[in-house]
Design a protein around this ligand. Structure first.
Ligand code: PXL
Length: 277
């Protein structure tokens, strides 16, 4: 057997198995890459929300990145929940040392996770600034949803035209590409994800799916893009593939507990339900 492309997620654990590290690893597996983890925080979480979290010391986060990169190698990396400014600074330093991000050769997807879908904070207020100034300039791609756009830029997006303004504002922080996800533009009958490279826009339009169970959808999208980049796809192709992947995974989401269930890539394993029976 040959070794598959390797991807690294720098993110938090979701004890309920819906989002975060757990969603990323599931997606990496479904996309045919070997997933590795630098865990930043352990959340105490079920389908109803996050009731607390414990952060990992910044130097331990950095060390996780460095040991896997120097031995196993990383073809593309992503971030999820980073929790604190100190962790973000440690991640930026470790990524520079191993060539992840724009100062190196390894594509780096920064998903600026700031809160759970229930509104529970996953990032301290001081950390927003660190995200903008320390990670965005290193990012190959940033993937904010509209709530994150508001926190990061102050722009309240209510139309597709304002989505373009937001992409331009975010590009000022120095990422190579920006993907402004339109899923939270609830009145829009379609769902536009807008990709911007600082000069040109590429539109990815899909139907607005009536979905109750969408936990982990942002993580799954970013992990799919990361997998595509690890396999050598260009950014437009990786985002196009990821949009198709997340649409299908939202359709396959399942109920879990009393709250919100996770999106699921199990459609990639058609016989999983009957296997072992
Ligand atoms: O879906 C965003 C997210 C990322 N990472 C962790 C989370 C969540 C949402 O709840 O808990 C650890």
């Amino acid at each position: 057997m040959t070794t598959p492309p390797r991807t690294l997620t720098i993110a938090g654990s979701d004890s309920g198995g819906g989002a975060g590290i757990q969603a990323d690893l599931r997606t990496f597996f479904a996309c045919g890459v070997h997933g590795m983890t630098a865990i930043t925080a352990v959340t105490v979480q079920n389908s109803l929300g996050v009731s607390g979290f414990h952060t990992i010391p910044p130097e331990v986060v950095a060390a996780q990145i460095e040991v896997v990169a120097t031995d196993i190698g990383v073809q593309a990396a992503k971030t999820g929940m980073l929790a604190t400014a100190e962790i973000i600074t440690a991640v930026a330093g470790a990524c520079d040392r191993v060539g992840i991000g724009r100062s190196g050769v390894t594509p780096f997807v920064v998903d600026p996770v700031s809160a759970s879908m229930h509104g529970d904070p996953l990032l301290s207020d001081q950390a927003l600034d660190a995200l903008r100034t320390e990670l965005f300039p290193r990012a190959s791609l940033v993937t904010p949803n509209l709530d994150e756009v508001r926190l990061l830029t102050g722009i309240e997006v209510r139309s597709q035209a304002q989505q373009r303004d937001a992409a331009k504002a975010l590009a000022e922080y120095g990422p190579q590409w920006v993907l402004v996800k339109g899923g939270h533009l609830w009145d829009d009958p379609e769902c536009l994800d807008l990709l911007y490279d600082g000069s040109e826009f590429t539109e990815f339009v899909g139907p607005r799916l009536e979905a109750k169970h969408t936990h982990g959808s942002g993580d799954t999208l970013a992990s799919t893009v990361t997998s595509g980049l690890a396999k050598g796809l260009d950014m437009v192709s990786a985002v196009r593939a990821a949009k198709a992947f997340i649409q299908r995974s939202v359709q396959d989401a399942y109920p879990l507990g009393a709250g919100v269930g996770p999106v699921s890539p199990r459609w990639r394993l058609p016989d999983a339900d009957t296997f072992l029976l």
